[in-house]
Ligand binder design. Structure first.
Ligand code: NAD
Length: 300
């Protein structure tokens, strides 16, 4: 495959996703406002680092953005030196960041008017899945154009779901991450309770993973250091999925719940706890640090 894909946002997730596109034969034009992040791809074959978003946009037929939040996505797409003003006619624009559904609901029609095809395509799976091309994509946008994403998404993930019109991919992602935040809290509370009683966390994990408490956070992303060698908890909670990003996703869930008059008491509680974590020194550490946070908050 000789086609060229633009990639904007080479952080914890984006750099692995871009590398998987390279492995599958795509040429990459990459940009990140942080030079160190952009340089993480230097030395790879078939990579050009662009000096601006405008330059990148003018060189590619398809591009992926993997940015932190609403503001960064709105800016990168809509400012004068951004994607919409500078992309090639007919380009495919894929935003894989997690943002409020209002963002793709704004950008989608704007892009359509200018002759582009835009999708919200957030991902689930975490950094390890990004590295192993095992992500799940949840896609919103024009259904009759969905198939044009096949080659790009299969290079980075194992599955993609068409969820509906603009914003539907983000809505699915926000529901998933609200469950993720609640379940990481639940597993961390259970493990911390057991450890304080005197149980061995490895034994307790084995018990849970053979019992009804088993879930992704206990099995694949365990929050106790030393249980899973490759999980962020075993790397001093570095890398992975920052607590401040999960807090953002939980706040998106609470907002979506307000907009749709849905009751989310557990989602609200998880949001409050991650708000507290982000006021501590742990905001940039992986979200499984909630285990350590609970362990250090005696009896509260
Ligand atoms: P990150 O903070 O590690 O990476 C974001 C990158 O975007 C950084 O390198 C930053 O320099 C760059 N950036 C920010 N603003 C920019 C701009 N205006 N122009 C160019 N570059 C800019 O974040 P991440 O963990 O890679 O997550 C990216 C997105 O994916 C977030 O929306 C997050 O919620 C979502 N997500 C993360 C995970 C995870 O496990 N880390 C999993 C699923 C989804």
């Amino acid at each position: 495959c000789n086609s060229t894909v633009g990639f904007i946002g080479l952080g914890n997730m984006g750099r692995h996703m871009a590398r998987n596109l390279i492995k599958k034969g795509f040429n990459i034009v990459a940009f990140d406002m942080n030079k160190n992040a952009a340089e993480s791809l230097c030395g790879e074959e078939r990579v050009v680092i662009a000096s601006s978003i405008a330059e990148l946009s003018s060189k590619v037929d398809s591009l992926v953005t993997m940015l932190p939040d609403n503001d960064s996505v709105m800016q990168v797409y809509s400012r004068d030196d951004g994607i919409i003003k500078n992309a090639k006619k007919g380009a495919t624009l894929i935003d894989s960041s997690t943002v409020d559904p209002k963002v793709p609901q704004t950008i989608g029609p704007l892009a359509e008017k200018q002759g582009f095809v835009f999708f919200d395509a957030p991902v689930s799976g975490g950094v390890m899945a990004a590295e192993n091309a095992q992500l799940t994509f949840m896609v919103g946008g024009l259904e009759n154009e969905f198939r044009r994403l096949d080659k790009i998404l299969t290079a980075m993930g194992k599955k993609s779901f068409y969820c509906g019109k603009y914003g539907s991919g983000q809505a699915a992602k926000i529901c998933n991450n609200m469950i993720l935040g609640i379940s990481m809290g639940a597993v961390s509370e259970g493990l911390n309770l057991g450890v304080r009683f005197g149980l061995d966390p490895k034994l307790l994990t084995d018990v849970i993973n053979s019992s009804s408490g088993r879930c992704w956070t206990s099995e694949v992303y365990n929050p106790v250091p030393g249980i899973l060698e490759n999980a962020p908890s075993s790397k001093d909670y570095q890398g992975g999925f920052a607590s401040k990003l999960l807090k953002k996703d939980l706040s998106l869930a609470v907002e979506l719940a307000n907009r749709t008059c849905s009751s989310v008491p557990l989602g609200n509680k998880a949001f409050q706890i991650y708000e507290q974590i982000c006021k501590s020194q742990y905001a940039d550490r992986d979200f499984s640090i909630i285990y350590k946070f609970l362990n250090e908050s005696k009896g509260k």
